[in-house]
Design a protein. Structure first.
Lengths: 358, 395
């Protein structure tokens, strides 16, 4: 196991940091929101794809960089820091993983090069109710056609290609297929999502069953946890800086022990969570045999840490923290969406306990 | 792995096969199995003595200390190989020692040649057992407020005062001690001295804790004469050494947890009950799951810090963070164990309770000290806030 990035991964991370701070700071998300773009920013995605990020985990034979999940995790973490709205997670990780793991040779040949180039974006459609519950699908596949519903599909309103899971199988659907109705959702995090209705939609079956769905989800969960660690880190650093500059009672408020201890505890929590996420990304790349454990560990801890960090960001900023003008609210809103996506802390606690045999 | 390391692994494996006695390859059954060494140490098991002697002679009780001071002289990589080989055969630690964990590292850094030659080899071989004279009745969290007086009497130091929370002082041969050599200043008036516990005027009295055990003592110094050469570092330069040593101590305490032989999950399964593979008390199950995740997160973080240290990163400032996290983790574990075992963990003594039951009760009570000893959680959070996060009291 390793926690430290190699030179190649480090360079990618630094490049991502520089680019995103320059081209996609939080003000970009704010502008998109104010212009009611609901997560659409094709110009930014084009540039990100030009940097090679759409194909980080896609092997070179399919036009990607073949750098692996640790590398993509590093980019996702950086994208989390500035709340970048893009298909980086849904397409470059979740969608690409679904095709890599469950795609037939023909499906891989057809779609992976396009995904790697960023020309096509893919996403995965899992849930059908208010909570993440991959085993409770009612989706039906008969005579090559899908019937049923998927809810709150991340980037479902912008993806070209949708990998749809039933309780025990996966299907490939083009988003413009006949019989597929998309209802665009305007979500609190300003990224948008979609409810999908399938009424006899032509679909291609992919490989694998329930275990495959879990394997794909675990990659999505770990990558999302990386993005969340980025969000939590930035939320913490912004807050910590504020404690050093905001003055009351004739001194900086960071001098008050009550606040120092809250900051120190949050920092400790964040560092422990970071270790879990780094270990989980590494587990993916070395194809460890307990990836499910790592995934639930990473996603549960990232959810708890980001929950705390985003709440503390609002509270410790005081009055300004509850205004729309300040970024704290943007971190808070993205936090809750990311927490719920692919299972929150309580879902993954339950799963972790089951995996550990109790 | 390089060729040299592979050769070292083979050599180490062979040596351990030949030299680690069979009973030293079984899990420790309790704190009584820990070997602390020292002048008057009575080995319960002759194989434990043999194991200590063999490992001590190799310097492998302190593998990375220089060989000239009795250490193993191993590189970090070689030590990694040694530790993994020890783990492979489930070898018990040959020695538990404050000398190795705390004093040795600062002697290597601050002591003069004569002091290093005198003390380090005896620590490595477990011949001298050390205790730590830091806290005083009036100097706990505010350690630098210590008052134990050390006067220059020309050919010797004269020491008068009282220490408290001196771990195992009643068994120790020597004490590394913080004393006041200048009363006009605070931090800059502290010196670091080494005291033979058999010196006239040294007295110890064990303190009984809520767990019933007595790991700590009060230590009294009445007109104790200490030879001049037993001061480490310069006069009034002890605080820097003290802080460095605390760092080693905190790193160490954070990794130590009592009564880990019984797993909380097994205990809960046994006493709470399971249906369809799931603990019947769902609320307790969720809390145990959270705890298990924190435990894993902590272990991964220690591993990560070791890796970063090896890569040349400075992780020393993280000791306080690990101390806080480790103490909380062990306390949570002990509370969950008591809850999981129900009435079984509320016994104190007698035939109605098994040794494991009593260990759960006593371990829980002992764990209350984890967030107090070696710097309270509050003090360590101060350290994290100030030194790691740069939040200062006034500016």
């Amino acid at each position: 196991m390793t926690f430290t990035l190699n030179d190649e991964q480090r360079m990618l991370k630094d490049a991502a940091r520089d680019f995103l701070r320059e081209q996609a700071p939080v003000t970009r998300l704010r502008k998109q929101r104010d212009e009611k773009k609901n997560g659409r920013d094709p110009d930014l995605w084009r540039e990100m794809a030009a940097m090679g990020w759409a194909g980080v985990i896609i092997p070179e034979e399919f036009g990607g960089a073949g750098l692996g999940c640790v590398a993509l995790g590093a980019v996702l973490e950086e994208s989390g820091r500035t709340l970048v709205a893009s298909p980086l997670h849904s397409s470059a990780l979740a969608g690409a993983s679904a095709l890599l793991l469950a795609g037939t040779d023909a499906q891989k040949q057809e779609w992976l090069p396009k995904i790697a180039a960023g020309e096509v974006t893919a996403t995965i459609a899992i849930d059908e109710g208010a909570h993440h519950a991959p085993t409770k699908s009612k989706l039906k596949f008969e005579g090559g056609k899908l019937t049923g519903e998927k809810k709150y599909v991340a980037d479902g309103h912008i993806a070209d290609l949708i990998i749809v899971a039933s309780a025990d199988a996966l299907y490939l659907v083009k988003s413009d297929a006949a019989g597929l109705t998309r209802r665009e959702l305007i979500t609190a995090d300003s990224r948008g999502a979609a409810d999908l209705k399938f009424e006899g939609v032509a679909a291609e079956k992919m490989n694998g069953g329930a275990d495959m769905i879990d394997a794909i989800l675990d990659r999505a969960r770990i990558g999302l946890a990386a993005e969340m660690v980025g969000q939590a880190s930035e939320a913490f650093e912004i807050t910590s800086e504020y404690l050093k500059t905001r003055r009351q009672f004739g001194q900086v408020i960071g001098g008050f022990q009550a606040l120092q201890h809250r900051a120190a505890k949050l920092f400790t929590d964040l560092e422990l969570t970071r270790s879990c996420v780094l270990a989980a990304l590494d587990a993916l790349d070395r194809d460890a045999d307990n990836i499910a454990e790592y995934a639930s560990l990473a996603k549960a801890r990232a959810s708890e840490t980001l929950h705390l960090a985003s709440n503390e960001m609002v509270q410790l900023h005081g009055g300004i923290g509850m205004t729309d003008e300040h970024d704290a609210g943007l971190y808070l809103k993205r936090a809750r969406v990311a927490e719920a996506l692919y299972g929150g802390a309580s879902f993954h606690r339950d799963r972790y306990a089951s995996l550990l045999g109790f | 792995m390089t060729k040299d390391l592979e050769a070292f692994r083979t050599e180490t494996r062979t040596w351990l096969e030949e030299n680690c006695p069979p009973s030293m390859r079984t899990p420790m059954t309790g704190e009584d199995d820990a070997v602390w060494g020292g002048r008057n140490y009575e080995f319960k098991n002759p194989e434990a003595k043999l194991w200590l002697e063999r490992m001590g002679a190799k310097g492998w009780t302190a593998p990375t200390w220089p060989a000239e001071y009795g250490g193993g002289g191993l590189s970090a990589d070689e030590n990694g190989v040694l530790q993994s080989e020890l783990k492979r055969i489930n070898a018990r630690p040959p020695l538990f020692s404050f000398g190795i964990w705390m004093l040795g590292p600062v002697l290597l850094e601050y002591a003069n040649e004569e002091q290093k030659k005198e003390h380090l080899p005896k620590i490595v071989r477990g011949e001298i057992r050390w205790c730590q004279g830091y806290s005083e009745p009036g100097a706990g969290s505010d350690l630098a407020g210590l008052q134990t007086k050390c006067e220059d009497k020309g050919d010797h130091w004269l020491i008068n005062g009282q220490k408290v929370w001196t771990s195992y002082a009643n068994y120790a041969d020597w004490c590394f001690c913080l004393v006041r050599t200048d009363t006009s200043v605070k931090h800059e008036g502290i010196s670091f001295v080494l005291i033979d516990m058999t010196t006239k005027g040294v007295e110890t009295r064990p303190i009984k804790l809520i767990s019933g055990s007595s790991p700590f003592c009060e230590t009294f110094f009445t007109d104790v004469k200490v030879p001049k050469h037993q001061m480490v570092g310069r006069l009034n330069g002890g605080w820097e050494i003290a802080k460095r040593l605390l760092m080693y101590e905190r790193t160490n305490i954070s990794g130590f947890s009592s009564n880990t032989r019984v797993d909380v999950v097994d205990l809960a399964k046994q006493y709470v009950g399971v249906s369809d593979g799931v603990l019947e008390d769902r609320d307790l199950r969720a809390r145990i799951a959270t705890h298990k995740m924190t435990e894993r997160a902590y272990a991964l973080s220690v591993q990560r810090a070791q890796e970063e240290a090896k890569a040349g990163g400075n992780v020393s400032h993280m000791a306080s963070m690990f101390k806080v996290a480790g103490a909380t983790l062990n306390q949570d574990r002990c509370e969950l164990m008591v809850e999981a075992a129900g009435n079984r963990a509320l016994g104190w003594a007698g035939e109605g309770f098994s040794a494991d039951d009593i260990a759960t009760t006593r371990g829980w009570l002992r764990s209350k000290g984890n967030s107090i000893e070696g710097g309270t959680t509050e003090i360590n959070l101060n350290v994290v806030a100030k030194r790691v996060l740069g939040l200062r009291d006034t500016q």
